[in-house]
Design a protein around this ligand. Sequence first.
Ligand code: UTP
Length: 287
Amino acid sequence: MKVRKAVIPAAGLGTRVLPASKAVPKEMLPIVDKPAIQYIVEEAVKAGIEEILIITNRNKVAIEDHFDRCPELEERLLAGNKEKLYEDAVAPAKMANIFFIRQKETKGLGHAVLAAKSFVGNEPFAVLYGDDVIMGDVPATGELCEAYEKYGKGVVGIKEVPQEDISKYSSLAVEKIGDREYKVTDMIEKPAKGEEFSLFSILGRCVLPPEIFEIIENTPPGAGGEIQLTDAMKELTMREGMVGVDYLGTRYDMGNKMGMMKAIVETALKHDEIKDDFKDYLKNLKF
Ligand code: UTP
């Protein structure tokens, strides 16, 4: 079945990037000239997703404003013959059919995804974590959707992480079944030392069948007292198996300071308008 819908959970507190995320949602922090969440929506659209639900909360209205029109600004830009700026300003409102819903309490990623139940209905859907930006020519979500259509099972986007970082992420038990494809047989969220299955972790993307909602509803709070999506996906794995895809793109964690800086620097080095000046600036910088 073709994957047409995507959910972007963006209701986290963003404590790791305070104070930047105090009044501005971390998903709205810029990578050069676009907020992080716009890159994520662009990836979904490139993957053929038709409808997107963004999960927000009461402190995230800036996200809704960003994907809306702004007639006053648009008129001013058109009157000043600033067509390129006009196109850039209008683009976020035109790129997809975007819906919003609030997660009323911050009870974890699994709990946030549950808020998408009525939007999703009885179809498979992609989840793009709102603080994980993945850059690359091939959209990671597209790779995962293809695997879903091929295997008919839930799919997680995976990458190997350094040993010292595995306890901050999830850890998967996997068996290689293709070039960048793996059969997932077990998983654990935030493993204590020695509990990890491998250094493969779920990073930022998954495609899930609608059965996941009934599983989340019966998932008790896990690591950090939160309802963890990984715990629900472990149950899905036990019931019918899941597939892991080591996607091609480069993932930046916009939820921490280093991830954010890497995304900004590497995007600036490729940005048509500023790459040459930025390279010169870096070369001449005294350390
Ligand atoms: P994180 O684990 O990064 O949590 O969430 P966080 O609260 O945003 O960040 P820190 O740890 O306080 O710095 C991963 C994704 O799940 C969303 C976040 O917005 C992020 O996209 N999330 C998390 C929710 O939507 N709701 C939640 O209750 C928790």
